[in-house]
Each structure stands twice: as C-alpha cells, then as structure tokens.
Design a protein around this ligand. Structure first.
Ligand SMILES: C[S@@+](CC[C@H](N)C(=O)[O-])C[C@H]1O[C@@H](n2cnc3c(N)ncnc32)[C@H](O)[C@@H]1O
Length: 272
C-alpha cells in the first residue's frame, strides 16, 4: 500500500476502530424524531443521552437500537403480519430445493427464524453454519431458538460492513435486512460479495414495497424508530449493486406477504 493510501486509511478509522468512511451521522431532524420516539417509550432523559452517544456519528447504530426494542416482539410480529410465512416459502425455493454444500453464513440472522426453518436440511448435509447479527438482543434469541435444532452453528456479532474478508462461504444468506442498512449500500454489499467463495451462491430475500406494517405486537413508538432507521432499496437497484460487485444473477421469484407487498428472492452466483 502506498504511504498516501496508508495515511488515508488510518485517518478514516476513528478511535473506536470504526471505518468512518462507511458511517453517516443522523441529521438534526432525525435526532429530534429519535428523542421523541424514545420519550414516547418512557425512556428517561439520561437514558436518551446514553443512546444518542451510542449512535454517535454512525446512523447504523440506530438500527441496532431499534432492534434492541423490537427483539422481544419480533417473532410474533413477523408471524402475525405474514412476513415469516413468505420467508419460509422463499427458503423452501432457494435453499431447500437447491443442492448446497460446505458452509453457510446468515449475515443478519436476527432471531434465527430462517435457520430454524432450514435446520433439518442443513443438519442432513452437515453444513457448517455461521449465524451473524450485530444486535445482541436479536442474536441472544437466535441462540435460544436454535439450541438443540441446528448442530454445526457458530454465532458471531460482526457488523456486515466490517465482516472479516479472509473468511468465505459456499452460501451467504441475507433476509429482510438491506432496508435496515443506511445508504449508500455499497459497503455492506461489497463485504457480502467478498464473503462468497468462487462457485458459491448468495441468496437475497427482501420485501418490496418496504413498509412498516401494523400488528398488536408493535407499539407506535417502535414503529417510528423503525421508520427512522430504514432506507428501502428497490429490487432492480439492489440487483445492479450485486452485479456491480461481481455476482451474476441466477434466478428469482416473489412470494406474497400480504395484499400490499411481496417478498422477492434472488439467487446470485460467483463465477471463477
Ligand atoms: C429485519 S431483521 C431480519 C432478521 C432475519 N434475517 C429475518 O429474516 O427475520 C434485520 C436484522 O439485520 C441486523 N442488521 C442490520 N444491520 C446490520 C449490520 N450492519 N451488521 C449486522 N447485522 C445487521 C439487525 O440487527 C436485525 O437483526
């Protein structure tokens, strides 16, 4: 690496080791909306200050805060609203009906529902699974749910934007997560593509249009936090990014969530 490039790389990392070229701060309006939502949730001023400090200049940390509050009701909400039914259909089509081998990374496994659904299949093929998510409260639920069901599983808590580049997998799965990552989406997409072995596959499962749906499980305050942290990305834009960073489109399909929106799944391949 040249001296100039090395200096720039060092400058782009702050004291916490975060690559600041991948981070973006909340605008003052977003900050006000965040404070309002937290007050509606009954959080005390001191706690609100702590959360604001936690987010700092990285809007992606807001996602982590959101899922901290969403985690206890996430499964019930996703089941009630039809999201999980559609997810299971997509997994049947793109994981279970496909020949896969070796290793699989679920980059943002949430509470582990996708892995739970395909656990018998993964066990039967002796697939080495990595279940990753950067929200501890979501990952803790995944650990509980998958215990005794998924045999070869390792849990990790990396931020997708800093996934270790030296580890690669035959299959990388990303479900219901791209809208939770701030734009530009290039950073996480590049990392996910780098995590796919040559000859491997990436399975992308996302909803469109992206909407925060109602259920009795989700309070309006958590809904407003979700709206604040989401940056939806349209199907063709997402495909263009995966292709830009080296994947080839293999197949796709859509699955109804409800009368207003769909889950769309796309399989990409990485050619040698
Ligand atoms: C809507 S949930 C989807 C969870 C699961 N994949 C599913 O299908 O139910 C989005 C998940 O992405 C995780 N996430 C968002 N941004 C992330 C990042 N930069 N690194 C790691 N995980 C992230 C969140 O913590 C959350 O658990």
């Amino acid at each position: 690496m040249s001296r100039a490039k090395e200096r720039r790389t060092v400058r782009e990392r702050d004291h916490t080791g975060t690559d600041t070229s991948l981070t973006k701060a909340l605008t003052p309006t977003q900050m006000k909306r965040l404070e309002k939502a937290l007050r509606r949730m009954g959080e005390e001023e001191e706690k609100i200050m702590t959360i604001k400090t936690e987010i700092g200049s990285d809007i992606a940390q807001l996602t982590r805060i959101c899922f901290r509050f969403f985690a206890p009701v996430y499964d019930r909400h996703m089941e009630k609203t039809g999201h999980y039914r559609a997810l299971r259909e997509a997994l049947d089509a793109f994981i279970i009906k496909r020949q896969i081998a070796g290793s699989l990374l679920d980059v943002s496994c949430g509470t582990g529902e996708a892995l739970l659904h395909v656990s018998d299949f993964l066990n039967s093929l002796k697939i080495d699974v990595t279940a990753n998510d950067f929200t501890p409260e979501m990952l803790d639920i995944a650990k509980l749910k998958l215990a005794g069901f998924l045999r070869n599983v390792t849990f990790t808590s990396s931020d997708i934007r800093t996934l270790p580049s030296e580890v690669q997998y035959e299959t990388v799965l990303c479900s219901y997560s791209m809208h939770d990552m701030p734009s530009p989406k290039d950073g996480p997409i590049q990392r996910m593509v780098a995590a796919v072995k040559l000859g491997g596959r990436l399975v992308s499962i996302e909803e469109w249009p992206c909407a925060v749906t109602n259920s009795e499980h989700l309070t309006t305050a958590v809904q407003s936090l979700l709206r604040l942290s989401e940056t939806p990305i349209e199907r063709t834009m997402l495909r263009a990014l995966y292709e830009k960073y080296g994947l080839e489109h293999v197949e796709d399909g859509s699955f109804k969530i409800d009368d207003n929106h769909f889950l769309y799944g796309t399989v990409y391949g990485k050619k040698g």
